[in-house]
Design a binder for this molecule. Structure first.
Ligand code: PMP
Ligand code: G9A
Length: 406
């Protein structure tokens, strides 16, 4: 009889399964209306444009596009991303500051690999993206949470936390934040707080990981400057992705960082995959070169904004009183919190019986928070399914509340 488990690393024992990835299996049942995964709407994929670009690349550039590439990524694509980063206010950026990664998820893992020893501490906003938690936790670190309010991470509490940790001789390795249309809470960090965050990182000589997949999905506000735009000391690692603005199946994202950090991250990435998918880099490079991305993003926003509105209206119509819910100004998610007595994790089983899915709030916490909350994605489902799904969920909540009172 084999007992291979005894050979596993300590790290393997500490890894957590992604609740979202598990839910994707549940959501494959066509009868279930899924508000769970942060999936783009498949109708948004520009498949005709991508088909003609892919065909042309196969015909005319296959020797390079089907070959291994450099770890850092296709130079032309990095150049185009650098130009876009400059337009967003980031300073002194060229293709040398950019790495193309296999999704931002890989960038998160790379950051963990670069900074975290077993037993180290990093700081995250709470609630936060659970794929970030899982990536960092796999490096056997401790994560300390800082609460969010409607203006993003509460930086005063952050500073107190840093001081407290330093007094205990604990040096937090980095601060992880999703500042714009946050996953899961949908909030935007104010510009004032972005600047304060940079001041704090400068004062205590720390690194900030700015994870920004949703910044371009803006419905009610425009021109939000990334934190990286205020970074004069090269201590922000910015990351964004083509997953939410083009196609997650391409697995293409990028980091923007100082040359020194970029060099280090390239070495970390080499052991993971040698290089990012070359073929999809060629496709996206051409899509950008044709000037199609910004128009495409506008179309996505036109598709998602009404979905957000339908979801919020349906919540107001079908959820029993006592909940709080934000009206996100962009992104893909809204965050709902119910009165005491509701546990969204156990309620999930009832929801599945009623053929509707969400992600329970605890999944986005590193402490015992989030039990009364849940995250709802509004980009994936069709407009009529959004209303129907919220109606189903409303009756699930109603039944639960009645049981509590009884
Ligand atoms: N960060 C955040 C905040 C996300 O929401 C996601 C995907 N949902 C990712 C990173 C990973 O994105 P990808 O790997 O598809 O680029
Ligand atoms: O499918 C994934 O794991 C990416 C989606 C992330 C999310 O739902 O937050």
């Amino acid at each position: 009889m084999s007992n291979i488990e005894r050979l596993y690393s300590d790290r393997a024992g500490k890894m957590r399964k992604s609740v979202i990835r598990e839910l994707l299996k549940v959501a494959q049942d066509p009868e279930i209306i899924s508000f769970a995964g942060g999936l783009p709407n498949p109708k948004s994929f520009p498949k005709d444009d991508l088909t003609s670009i892919a065909t042309d690349i196969m015909k005319n550039h296959s020797a390079a596009a089907l070959q291994y590439g450099t770890t850092q990524g296709v130079q032309e694509l990095r150049k185009q991303i650098a130009e876009r980063s400059l337009k967003e206010g980031m300073k002194d950026i060229s293709e040398e500051n950019i790495i193309i990664t296999n999704g931002s998820q890989q960038a998160l893992d790379t950051v963990g690999k670069l900074f975290l020893n077993p037993g180290d501490t990093a700081i995250v906003g709470l609630p936060t993206y659970l794929g970030g938690i899982n990536a960092f936790k796999s490096y056997e670190c401790y994560l300390k949470g800082i609460p969010l309010d409607e203006d993003g991470m509460v930086v005063d509490i952050l500073e107190d936390k840093i001081v407290e940790l330093l007094k205990e001789n604990i040096l937090p390795k980095f601060i992880y934040t999703v500042p714009t249309f946050q996953n899961p809470a949908g909030v935007v960090m104010s510009e004032k707080r972005r600047k304060q965050l940079i001041d704090i990182a400068n004062e205590y000589d720390l690194v900030i990981i700015e994870d920004d997949p949703y910044g371009k999905l803006a419905y009610d506000i425009k021109h939000i400057k990334p934190i990286k735009a205020f970074d004069d000391e090269g201590r922000v690692i910015y990351m964004s992705t083509f997953s939410k603005i083009l196609a997650p199946g391409f697995r293409l994202a990028w980091t923007v960082a100082s040359p020194e950090l970029t060099r280090k991250m390239i070495i970390c990435k080499q052991a993971l995959d040698l290089c990012t998918n070359t073929f999809t880099q060629y496709i996206v490079n051409e899509f950008l070169r044709q000037g199609s991305l910004d128009l495409h993003i506008m179309k996505i926003c036109e598709m998602y904004k009404p979905k957000r509105d339908i979801m919020i209206k349906s919540i107001e119509r079908y959820f029993p009183e006592g909940y709080t819910c934000n009206r996100p100004k962009g992104g893909m998610f809204t965050w709902v919190t119910f009165p005491d007595g509701i546990d969204t994790e156990t309620m999930f089983l009832d929801a599945i019986k009623h053929k509707v899915a969400y992600v329970h709030g605890k999944a986005f916490y590193v402490d015992d928070g989030g039990a009364r909350s849940l995250r709802l994605n509004f980009s994936y489902s069709s407009d009529d399914k959004i209303e129907e799904g919220i109606k189903r969920l409303g009756s699930v909540v109603d039944e639960r509340l009645k049981k509590i009172v009884a």
